[in-house]
Write a protein that binds this ligand. Sequence first.
Ligand SMILES: Cc1cc2nc3c(=O)[nH]c(=O)nc-3n(C[C@H](O)[C@H](O)[C@H](O)COP(=O)(O)O)c2cc1C
Length: 352
Amino acid sequence: MMRTRFTKLVGCRVPIMLAPMADVSGGSLAAAVLRGGGFAFIAAGHARDEDRTKLDAEVDIFRAEDNSGDSFGVGFIGHSSMKSDNMKRVEAILDRHKPLAAQFFAPAFAATGTNVKLCKDKNILVFAQVGSVEEAREALAYGVDCVIAQGREAGGHGLRSELGTGTLPLAARVVELTRELNPATIVLAAGGITDGRGLAAALSLGCDGIVLGTRLWATKEALGDSTGKKRDALLRAEGDDVVRTRTFDAIQNVDNPHFWPAPYDSVGALKNKTTESFHGKEEELIAKITGGDVAVLSSYREASKNCDITRTCVLAGEGVGGIKQLDGAEDVIKMVEEEAIAQIRRMNGMIT
Ligand SMILES: Cc1cc2nc3c(=O)[nH]c(=O)nc-3n(C[C@H](O)[C@H](O)[C@H](O)COP(=O)(O)O)c2cc1C
């Protein structure tokens, strides 16, 4: 058994958290993570009406599959769900599902910390995922319960590469800041971690646990890949195949009312023909699309519809090379736990 401040806070056995990945982290995945001993967040996305309908269904699935105490978290995408006209929807979700914790990301806090206050008034723990030391400082000032240090190796959305920090230095620094400013706050590391060595490394930095995104996206219970092509691509990929890029946001933002604004308009994803053509040339690409060139847009849409992974976006973090088979999430959590314990014992043996 691994005991950290995180396992005590949320009442789990292993200091591993399932990231609230929109359209991926549903009820079955969350229940499997809990069976493995971790803690799980179910994604509430932008908290729009359609997100809420999906969330309600996934929470029902979770409750039907889980008999370990009904405890889970709900994760909100910050830039859209925390708009003042949408906060009521966030509140309605919290009132309906009564999660143990709520995560906010990109940004992690609304101006004046209204999201933090809302949760605190309801006795719900607040998790804030940040990509830089500056954001961590602000989150700590608002009194969040947990800061997740998301390094630029992470899969999915995050700060633009030039603004973010790698997981190792970011997590190390956030641990120090926390000790200085708000010692009761829990710190988790996220980004590029897929195995027990990563968990042991995060604990040795002083973190209380880790967040797994990509590793649990490549599992049998994850949603969001009905063709199986994306998961196959993850199993074949190495970290070298991953890039943090603005390319996909530049294309998708054109007609998406919930587009990810700067500075969060970049994703960790697998390189493919689309990034080969446009990575680093996003301004040119945006000018082309807004100037009326429909070819890029229509060919990207076609590729996404057919799940053509040579062109569409496959989100992945740099730890993807460590994933070689499609496991169940319960087994993943147990494997990561066992490997972390073995690593910690091995390191203990280095001391004479
Ligand atoms: C497929 C995918 C979707 C994601 N969607 C979200 C999301 O909706 N909200 C969120 O807070 N983070 C999201 N993330 C980022 C995770 O919260 C986390 O920071 C990241 O997965 C950690 O890095 P890793 O993928 O290397 O484990 C997503 C990540 C992936 C891989």
